[in-house]
Every structure is written in structure tokens, then in C-alpha cells.
Design a protein around this ligand. Sequence first.
Ligand code: ADP
Length: 401
Amino acid sequence: MKILVLNCGSSSLKYQLIDMETENVLAKGLCERIGIEGSRLKHQPAGKEAVIFDDYQENHSVSVKMVLDALTNPEYGVVKSMKEINAVGHRVVHGGEYFANSVIITPVVIVAIEKCCDLAPLHNPANLIGIHACEEIMPGVPQVAVFDTAFHQTMPKKAYLYGLPIKAYTDYKIRRYGFHGTSHSFVSKRVAEFLGKPVEDLKTIVCHLGNGASICAVDGGKSVDTSMGFTPLAGLVMGTRSGDIDPAILEYYANKEGLTLSEVTTVLNKKSGMEGLTGGKSDFRDLEEGYEAGDQACIDAIEVFCYNVARFVGAYAASLNGVDVIAFTAGIGENSGFVRGKICEYLGYLGITIDAEQNSKRGEDIIISTPDSKVTVCVIPTNEELMIARDTKALVEAQRS
Ligand code: ADP
């Protein structure tokens, strides 16, 4: 079975075609600047040079057509015809309280995704455009929606309710939803497999540290708390997002700077975090270079980041009443031994000791704690696309049987 995984943003589309017999990626790519001058498609067939197509992509339907043309192209393609693509798995950002699992897309599912557009106005409409484009171009091919929020639907009420007037929840559905669920689900399952232990027996804290970053407390394979909230702005101090702040700052800062609430929210999303603290650096490679060179803003930003991660790990060790495994993943979590090491320096009270040599490795499943460490600390590269493809395969096979 070959599955096309699509991740549609407002002006972009990322894809992977995965052969599920081997779980190998046959080709992957990215459409950028959809509907904007200068559109391009970068198509990367496995083991071959990437190809760039720079035809104008008026909308996502045009982009999906171009992707299918690239995948079936006699020279750069990896399948003979579209008929070889058995199903499509879509990343959908927000499933609200409607979806606790991935689902086969039906008209009823589409209505529910539409209802969640209010909760994720930048993302869900783009995801829907991708779904409709596939329906039009590949009629009859089963499509599956995999939600960023679904894994966290197991959180208990005490973890997802905010201390607001209850009508905020009952009338407006304002609650903690959590995001990066596909990654937290993948990593918490993979770490159990890697350690050879049943996932049901493990209390795991997953630290997904990328440009967007979140932490998840996973008890026996189920999310019981997570640091992102109603939106992905909450929790950790991130690349460009502020993470948790005193909510009274919004009005105060708006008044000082003469901004509207919506403009302040943009500052919190795009001009804060590492970027805001350093006046322009959000990539951890640049931040680490600055740290080494003694740049005080970079030093402060990295200290804030690592301290905040450690703070959440501590909180979730309490939520879980103990922790067996801490797993680092995503761009920073997988690549920066420096950041992992700094975070773990705070965790000595949990009986954690780190093996410096193991911690200097990257790009593979590894244990970075010493054999006598009371908590096992691992690096587990995340693979959201593979998780989407696996869910898609399972649902399509279940529907067939
Ligand atoms: P997102 O998916 O949220 O955009 P990623 O998971 O791709 O984020 O992570 C991107 C971040 O990973 C970059 O901003 C960079 O800070 C960090 N990163 C990538 N490679 C390295 C590295 N070798 N050392 C330190 N940080 C890295």
C-alpha cells in the first residue's frame, strides 16, 4: 500500500509518499507561495536529485495536481500512475472535542472540521482546502484526517479546564486542547518499543523541542497533560512565541505600545520567545553560537528556554506521580546535546545522570542517561508523517475488512 501524506498550510503544502510495506519514503516535497507570485514546488525523489518546478500555483488544487504530476512523471516520478496511490492521510491541526482519534474523511467529518475553523482560523481552512482538492482530483481514493489535538483528548478535566467563568468552556469551548499530538503519540509509543517495555507500564514525559515546542505527560500511553493550551501559544518559551505569560500583560503592553489586542497577539506569536529576547535570533544553531561567543542576550535566552523546560518536566513528574522515561524529540531535542545537557542539569533531584558521550550523538534513537540513572533519558527522532501514514493504513484496512 502506498500512502500520500499531506500537510497543507495557508500558502504551503508538504507531502511524502510512503510505501507501507517497507515504511520507506519514496518521495517528498514542498509547495511554497501558493497563490502568491513566485510559487515553487521542490520535489525530492528518494536517492535522486531534487527537482524544482516554478509554474504558478494559483490554489491548493493546482498544487495537488502538480504534486501528483511530479510523483507520476516518467523521469522524476516514483509511481507509474495515480492509481498506485491507495490512500491520502491529511494532517489536520484542530479536531476540537469531536475527534479523539484519526478518522476516515466523510461529509460528516468535514462538517466537524469546518466547525473547528473558529478554533484554528489559520490552519483548519487550509487543511480543508487540501482535502477538497484531493476529493476533486482523486475521487474514490480514501482520505484520512489525523489531528494534532486528538492524542490529548484523554486529558482529565482537571488538566484541561481553565480557571475562567465556566461559560468560557460550556458556551465557547475555551479549554486546553494541546497540540503536537501526533508527535507525542509517536514518540511515547516508539520509546516503549525501543526500551522493550509495554507502553501501558510507562510514565513518560515527551519534550518536543522545535521552533514550536511542547511537553506532554504520558501515563500508560495516554496524554494526561500538555503544555500548549487553547492555542499553540501557551506553555514553553519558544522560537518566536512567548509561551505562558501573565494574562494582564496583554492590556498593559497594548496601552504602552499603542497596539490593538490582535496586534499584541501577533507580537506574542511572532516577535517573542527566543526571537524577542535576542532581538532577532530564533534558530538554536545561531543562539548556541552566540552563547559560546559570550553574547549576553543569547545566554539569557537559552537559560530561559532550558529553565522553562525543566520547570514543566518537574510539574509533569508531579502530575504523573513519578516518571520512568524522559524523551527528547524535534529539531532542538534531537540535535542539541548542549540544550539537553543544560535541561538535565536541573533534574538531578529525580536521580537523573547523563552520559556526556551518548548525549553528544544525534539523529538516532539513543539512551543518553547512565545505566544507574533513576530515570531513563532518551532521544527519539519524531516522525509525524509516518504516524499519519500508519493511522491511514490501519483505518483503510479496517474499512476494507
Ligand atoms: P518546527 O517543526 O516547529 O518548525 P523543527 O522541529 O524543525 O521545528 O525544529 C527547528 C529548530 O531546530 C530550528 O529552529 C533549530 O533551532 C533547531 N535545530 C536544528 N538543527 C539543530 C542543531 N544541529 N543544533 C541545534 N539546534 C538545531
